[in-house]
Design a protein around this ligand. Structure first.
Ligand SMILES: NC(=O)c1ccc[n+]([C@@H]2O[C@H](COP(=O)([O-])OP(=O)(O)OC[C@H]3O[C@@H](n4cnc5c(N)ncnc54)[C@H](OP(=O)(O)O)[C@@H]3O)[C@@H](O)[C@H]2O)c1
Length: 170
């Protein structure tokens, strides 16, 4: 079975982007373990809005890795590594997770995370809490009727004020 990991940055008040989708508040002074994590990633999962946001910043940032983008419409751009998935996202991810293979990175955003939570498809959470309160925005964990008990595996605190929490699902 493959591991699905949510590796993501959030504000202290639990937003992954401002209300307009911007992520200008993310720290860029160092990589906070990103490259080491990314080196292990074999497959990426993205909602269409996150994908569009990636493309809007310049070159596609994940060349050479298999990526599945969930959308009911054709993608604005793609290449051989990228596959649009228009069917049931939960079924697709459950099937992918049940196969043999390497690490799956659930990139986001909030809508796709909500689906994965609803179906208990996330094995690991690596959450980088930035020392900022955005006030409003796109929530990391939208309202849900389900609760999830997690086990804390590690904490890392950086001088910049970013705190990274690593949990796995019980
Ligand atoms: N802070 C971070 O580390 C971080 C990480 C990732 C993303 N983000 C931010 O998150 C924002 C986007 O989040 P979001 O919640 O608005 O959107 P999202 O989850 O990225 O994308 C939503 C879209 O994905 C498709 N989709 C999502 N769930 C689906 C499902 N269960 N089945 C089928 N299709 C599904 C739909 O596309 P269609 O409408 O095309 O059908 C939906 O409109 C962006 O601003 C991005 O920058 C931040």
């Amino acid at each position: 079975m493959r591991k699905v990991s949510l590796f993501i940055a959030t504000s202290l008040d639990g937003y992954i982007a401002r209300a307009d989708g911007s992520v200008d508040w993310l720290f860029t002074d160092q990589d906070y373990g990103y490259q080491a994590f990314y080196n292990q990633v074999e497959t990426l999962l993205m909602g269409r809005k996150t994908y569009d946001q990636c493309l809007s910043t310049g070159d596609y940032p994940y060349p050479g890795k298999r990526a599945y983008v969930f959308s009911s419409r054709p993608l604005s751009w793609s290449n051989d590594d990228i596959e649009a998935v228009s069917g049931d996202a939960a079924d697709f991810i459950a099937d992918l997770r049940s196969q043999e293979g390497g690490l799956v990175w659930l990139v986001g955003g909030g809508a796709l995370i909500a689906t994965c939570l609803q179906h208990r498809l996330i094995d690991e959470f690596v959450v980088s809490i930035h020392p900022i309160i955005l006030g409003r925005g796109i929530p990391l964990f939208p309202n849900s009727d389900l609760s999830h008990r997690l086990k804390l595996e590690s904490t890392l605190a950086f001088d910049t004020g970013l705190v990274q929490l690593r949990y796995r699902c019980n």
